[in-house]
Design a protein. Structure first.
Length: 421
């Protein structure tokens, strides 16, 4: 099949949506599909192109059997709701000519990756021009940032965003999302359930696995082999709810054998550093290269995954599958009823947002109980192997793609699609 993937993020971005999209594209190529990708230059946490890539010109780049069309875009110097919208809009406008040109290629499937919903209309139009199957995959809801992170107030604007999102999603032949709660949200908003697919993120359980020795990063950070490491690894943006981790570190500062490690980059990193100034139980790491990801995840005795108090079911931590695959205990900060709460509760510890005292107590209890940490880590690893492995998830995606019928013989009959996976 000829598959056109359309999304702003792609490798070699070191983590997140771009990495998942690239792994998906490369796996589909390995399975015999022809894949083209329209995307932006690789954007690293410093908000600039990497390795000499340009933000101002169009480029064609072969990468691991997929063919990429890189398009320019505007990068804001500071984070903010309206600046982010302008950033995403610049990609949608700059990519429009290249997307329309791809209609001549006549792909069998056009897959739009969100964010951003702003480029969804072009993806849908190209699919219709090419008589292709129109698929939209929700890594992050269009309304997640405004409603969960406080970038924009609940207002007429956010209600309008939700209405536009609902209208666009109804146009697509398949709507997939990375969490069951996102799928339920789409169903509640009137999307035909026969179009909906729960398409989770994954972990390569062969490259992410429990080490039988201490991580090399312990020595790099001068952490004693006897200490319990509490690791946060990921984006350090305004929507990650990192304040509660700094508060927990303050509460446990007198516990010499509990060390907090914060690894990542983002707009909130400087503030987090300031909050941890003078805390001898805190260490900071720059984002690690992919080759050291397993060493990083195995640095942890306890992984912590925070979610802001106002978070809804429109978001899901992207790296959760890899955290489970590492075989280490997980403590999540999440509200009951959210996807993060439900996934972690049966194989980890969950505390409510805003309660740093409970979080510190949960960490302290696990630090004192190696057997319980091992039990939770094994449960998470088994879950990753059975449900979240790259081979399992992408094999199901490949089967679903091959089962799609041409739109011309399927028009207006969502139920003719392959069953959800």
């Amino acid at each position: 099949m000829k598959i056109l993937i359309y999304g702003i993020n792609y490798a070699p971005e070191p983590a997140g949506i771009g990495e998942y999209t690239a792994e998906m594209a490369e796996t589909l190529c390995e399975k015999g599909h022809t894949v083209r990708v329209v995307c932006a230059p690789p954007l690293f946490p410093q908000r600039q192109a990497a390795n000499g890539d340009s933000l101002r010109r169009y480029e064609v780049e072969p990468r691991n059997r997929a063919m990429l069309w890189r398009v320019p875009l505007w990068i804001p110097s500071r984070a903010g709701g309206m600046r982010r919208i302008a950033h995403l809009a610049s990609f949608a406008l700059a990519s429009l000519p290249g997307m329309l040109a791809h209609a001549i290629w006549r792909p069998d499937v056009v897959m739009c990756i969100t964010p951003s919903l702003l480029n969804a209309p072009a993806g849908w139009i190209v699919a219709r021009l090419a008589a292709a199957h129109a698929w939209i995959h929700i890594q992050h809801s269009a309304a997640a940032a405004p409603l969960s992170g406080g970038l924009l107030e609940r207002s007429l604007f956010t209600r309008a965003v939700l209405a536009i999102e609902r209208l666009l999603l109804k146009r697509f032949d398949t709507v997939s999302a990375i969490s069951g709660k996102m799928v339920e949200h789409a169903m509640d908003n009137g999307i035909d359930p026969r179009k909906l697919v729960h398409f989770t993120n994954w972990a390569d359980v062969h490259s992410i696995y429990p080490l039988r020795r201490p991580s090399e990063l312990r020595a790099t950070l001068y952490i004693s082999p006897a200490a319990t490491v509490v690791l946060y690894s990921g984006d350090m943006g305004t929507m990650q709810g990192l304040d509660i981790l700094a508060e927990a570190a303050h509460r446990l500062v007198l516990r010499d054998n509990v060390i907090f490690v914060f690894c990542g980059n983002g707009s909130a990193r400087a503030e987090l550093l300031l909050r941890c100034v003078g805390l001898r139980n805190c260490r900071f790491l720059e984002r690690q290269p992919h080759a050291r990801l397993n060493e990083l995840l195995n640095l942890a005795d306890i992984h912590v995954i925070p979610q802001p108090a106002g978070a809804r079911n429109l978001t899901m931590p992207l790296d959760l599958p890899r955290v489970f695959a590492s075989g280490r205990a997980v403590v999540a900060v999440a509200n009951p009823g959210t996807e993060l709460h439900d996934v972690v509760a049966s194989r980890g510890v969950v505390v409510q947002p805003g309660d740093s005292e409970r979080l510190a107590s949960a960490i302290d209890a696990l630090a004192a109980n190696a057997a319980e940490r091992a039990r939770l880590g094994q449960a998470g690893r088994k879950f990753a192997e059975a449900v979240l492995s790259r081979d399992t998830v992408l094999k199901k995606l490949d089967a679903r793609l091959r089962a799609l019928r041409p739109v011309s013989s399927n028009a207006g009959v969502p139920g003719a699609r392959h069953p959800d996976f």
